[in-house]
Design a protein around this ligand. Structure first.
Ligand code: FES
Length: 282
C-alpha cells in the first residue's frame, strides 16, 4: 500500500457529501479491503479520529477490514431464503470451497459470507457473486455457480452490454408488478416507482426498454444525484446488493417477470446496469 495513492483518493473526495464512504469505497476497490495503514493515512489527512473511521468501516457490511478474495460470494440467510433452504446452500458452498463463512480460500479466489437479506426475497434462495444474482438456488447448482464465477463475467463485459430488451418487472420484495401501461415511455409501458432525493419525494417513471435511459419524474433531479427508489405497493426500498460497476453508487434491483433480476444505478445520469436472466448463463 502506498500512502500517496491513499492521499490522492482522499483529495479526490474532499468536499463531497458523504466523502468518507466514497474514500472507503475507492480504497476497497483498489485493495479488496480497508488496510489498517490506509485508515491511518485517511485519519491523518482528514483530521478524523481512528475510532470514527473504524465505526464507519464496521457499520457498513460492504466494507471489510480483512483481505478478501477476488470474488465475493454472499449467501442470503434472511427469513425468506432461510425457510427455502439457504442453510443447506451455504453449507454446500462451504464444502465446495473448503472455507467457512467469513473466510477466504487459500488461492485468494473466493471469500464466502452469509448476509441477512439481499433484497430479492421473492426469488429466494438468493446468492450474489460479484454483484450478480443467482435466484432459486439449490445445492445442485452451487458447483455451476462457482464454475461460472471462475470462468468470469467481468466488468468490461458489463460496460460493453448493448442488449436491448423489453422488460416486465416487479418489486423484488413483494413481487407486485411495477408496470404502468397508462403512461408509456419509448412506446412501451413505463416502470413506475416512488423515489426520494434530499427533501423531494414523488413518483419516477423509467423506460422498460433495457438499454434506454429515458426517465420522467415528478420532481427535478440533478445529474449526479443518488436517488432512493421504493416500491409504490409495499414501500420497501429497492436497493440491490451491489455497487454500480461504473460509479460505485448503490444499484437498485427489480425482478424480471420472465425470470431474473435487473439492476440499474441509482445515480442520475449514470448508465451502469446489469441484467441477470435465469438460464442465460448457466
Ligand atoms: S431474505 Fe433473501 S433476499 Fe430477502
Amino acid at each position: 500500500m502506498k500512502a500517496d495513492e491513499i492521499l490522492s483518493i482522499v483529495d479526490k473526495h474532499e468536499g463531497d457529501r458523504g466523502g468518507l464512504i466514497s474514500i472507503f469505497e475507492d480504497i476497497q476497490a483498489k485493495y479488496s479491503y480497508l488496510p489498517a495503514e490506509a485508515l491511518k493515512v485517511v485519519a491523518d489527512a482528514t483530521g478524523r479520529s481512528p475510532v470514527d473511521l473504524y465505526a464507519v468501516a464496521t457499520f457498513y457490511k460492504s466494507f471489510s477490514l480483512k483481505p478478501r478474495g477476488k470474488h465475493l460470494c454472499s449467501v442470503c440467510m434472511g427469513t425468506a431464503c432461510h425457510v427455502r433452504g439457504a442453510p443447506v446452500i451455504g453449507g454446500e458452498f462451504a464444502r465446495q470451497l473448503k472455507v467457512t463463512p467469513g473466510e477466504t480460500t487459500p488461492d485468494k479466489e473466493f471469500t464466502l459470507e452469509t448476509v441477512n437479506c439481499l433484497g430479492a426475497c421473492a426469488l429466494g434462495p438468493i446468492v450474489v457473486v460479484d454483484g450478480h444474482y443467482f435466484s432459486k438456488v439449490d445445492s445442485a447448482r452451487v458447483k455451476q455457480i462457482i464454475k461460472k464465477t471462475r470462468d468470469g463475467l467481468d466488468e468490461a463485459e458489463i460496460k460493453a452490454d448493448r442488449r436491448v430488451y423489453l422488460l416486465t418487472v416487479s418489486c423484488s420484495r413483494c413481487n407486485h408488478s411495477l408496470m404502468d401501461p397508462d403512461h408509456p415511455i419509448d412506446g412501451s409501458p413505463s416502470i413506475r416507482v416512488t423515489a426520494s432525493s434530499g427533501r423531494e419525494h414523488g413518483w419516477i417513471r423509467l423506460s422498460s426498454l433495457y438499454g434506454s435511459f429515458t426517465v420522467e419524474s415528478e420532481f427535478g433531479i440533478r445529474t449526479d444525484t443518488i436517488v432512493d427508489f421504493f416500491c409504490p405497493h409495499c414501500h420497501a426500498e429497492l436497493k440491490g446488493a451491489s455497487a454500480c460497476p461504473l460509479c460505485r453508487a448503490p444499484m437498485i434491483s427489480m425482478i424480471v417477470r420472465a425470470g431474473g433480476i435487473v439492476q440499474i444505478c441509482s445515480r442520475r445520469g449514470c448508465k451502469g446496469h446489469m441484467l441477470d436472466l435465469n438460464g442465460s448463463g448457466f
